[in-house]
Design a protein around this ligand. Structure first.
Ligand SMILES: [Cu+2]
Length: 163
């Protein structure tokens, strides 16, 4: 009787631990991560990367934290009557054996309330929280992109014909 119970308990333990191994967060790969370098006056920035899922199960990113911003959120862009707007999303799902690109105009990690200006080359640390509660730590750099808001403002001033 005792032995039978032990065997049953052991088999239950095995059954329970298997899915945990399959959903190992090591299955998530982060490729080409960077944050957008912004002018000193900017309050916010964004971080971008490609998420690759090497497992048989979808992986959800459910939260993000960063050392450079007071608030960090998962965002996407939507088209609303011809205008691009940002919207917070509850999670970003990476399909099994698939990828999701966090890129300008789409999903991104929103860095809200920068602790200091992000200059090109500045280090940024981001922790992603996954659906199973595990964390994925990412070290990246701020990078100059072609979409600095200040430059657009200046261009506009020199081209009154364009509106
Ligand atoms: Cu955003």
């Amino acid at each position: 009787m005792n032995l039978k119970y032990m065997a049953l308990a052991a088999s239950l333990l095995c059954a329970c631990s298997l899915p945990a191994v399959a959903a190992d967060s090591n299955a998530l790969r982060v490729e080409n991560p960077y944050a957008r370098a912004v002018p000193p006056t900017a309050q916010n920035s964004g971080a971008f990367m490609v998420l690759r899922n090497d497992s048989d199960q979808p992986i959800k990113v459910v939260d993000a934290e960063s050392d450079v911003s007071k608030v960090t959120e998962l965002h996407t862009h939507i088209h609303d009557k011809g205008v691009m707007r940002m919207r917070r999303v509850e999670s970003i799902e990476v399909p099994a054996h698939g990828t999701v690109a966090l890129q300008p105009g789409g999903y991104h990690v929103m860095l809200i309330g920068l602790e200091h200006p992000l200059k090109p080359g500045d280090p940024v640390h981001i922790d992603l929280t996954l659906g199973d509660g595990s964390k994925e730590s990412i070290d990246l750099e701020a990078r100059q992109t072609g979409m600095a808001p200040m430059q657009h403002m200046k261009h506009k001033g020199h081209m009154p014909g364009m509106n």
